[in-house]
Design a protein around this ligand. Structure first.
Ligand code: CP
Length: 311
């Protein structure tokens, strides 16, 4: 693995190795065992959208690994004045050891990686959120001590989180069901991947019926109805997504003891009720914490000069 741009590029072994390393790094942090695997290295964080979890977990994670994070907003970079991604990539490659980018178009992340000599990590695009889904898989595996054969259900918009969850969960052998409103289905490339996996024996269902999707689920995921950059659609989306709220009634369709996950930020009363969120807060904030450990594992995997940290 040279970059983490989208989970479609990763093998099952790539994903499992990152999860194993993330577990190890979590153990080391909890037991105050030094793990300065990126001593002397620097990573640039290019953010074209706001962030709480991704930014802070990358910054804290890089410090814990002995390296230096450098936050680079549009206001700070010449990209804000129109410098092409290709030139930014080649310049930053001369100073840094890695780049995290959060932006709108997946193609900008792909171009950045093509022109960079250093690893590029996708910190969220409209197409994918691979770091979040690695943390999600880590959290589900901690909870159930397995991933294969569990049923993951996603309720909501077929946007970046849904795309990455479908790919990540199918790659590790989970069953996947998705319910979206009509017209809000996942990306065609992701549906093509899911169809291909079905031919190899995977279980995947896309429906517009939330109860059908949730039936027998071990883990129920949801996400905000309005993503960053869609704010002017918020009122329209509140209408369209009526009936797609994760509430007690929907949980009753799932397996008893269903785990609830939300990548956050959450909008109580829209995609999830306040009651369900608070009852499952331990699971959801463990998912939040695991962003730190999973991303540290990604940085070590991509940026360390030494193989011994790669499990
Ligand atoms: N889930 C997630 O990516 O959170 P932030 O937008 O706060 O980074």
């Amino acid at each position: 693995m040279n970059d983490l741009l989208k989970l479609l590029d990763c093998s099952k072994d790539d994903i499992v190795s990152i999860l194993d390393l993330a577990d190890q790094l979590k153990y080391e942090k909890k037991h105050h065992i030094p793990h300065r695997h990126l001593d002397g290295k620097s990573i640039g964080l290019i953010f074209h959208k706001v962030s709480t979890r991704t930014r802070v977990s990358f910054e804290a994670g890089m410090y814990q690994l002995g390296g230096q994070p450098m936050f680079l907003s549009d206001r700070d970079l010449q990209t804000g004045r129109g410098e092409p991604v290709q030139d930014t990539a080649r310049a930053l490659s001369r100073y840094l050891d890695g780049i995290v980018i959060r932006t709108y178009e997946q193609k900008d992340v792909e171009i950045l990686a093509k022109y960079s000599d250093i690893p590029v990590i996708n910190g969220l695009t409209n197409f994918a959120h691979p770091c979040q889904v690695l943390a999600d898989l880590m959290t589900v595996r901690e909870h159930f001590a397995q991933l294969e054969d569990l049923k993951m259900c996603f309720i909501g918009d077929g946007f970046n989180m849904c795309n990455s969850l479908i790919v990540g969960c199918l790659k590790v052998g989970m069953e996947v069901s998705v319910a979206t409103p009509e017209g809000y289905e996942p990306h065609p490339d992701v549906l093509a991947f899911a169809e291909q996996q079905k031919k190899l024996g995977a279980k995947f269902m896309l429906t517009h019926d939330v109860r059908q999707a949730a039936a027998g689920a071990d883990v129920l995921f949801t996400d905000a109805w309005t993503a960053m950059g869609q704010e002017e659609q918020a009122e329209m989306r509140r209408e369209i997504f009526q009936g797609f709220t994760v509430d007690h009634e929907l949980l009753s369709c799932c397996k008893q003891g269903v785990m609830v996950q939300h990548c956050m930020p959450a909008y109580r009363g829209e995609e999830i009720t306040a009651e369900v969120l608070e009852e499952h807060a331990d699971e959801i904030f463990e998912e939040c914490e695991n962003r730190l450990h999973a991303q540290k594992a990604v940085m070590v995997t991509l940026m360390s000069d030494r193989d011994e940290y790669i499990y």
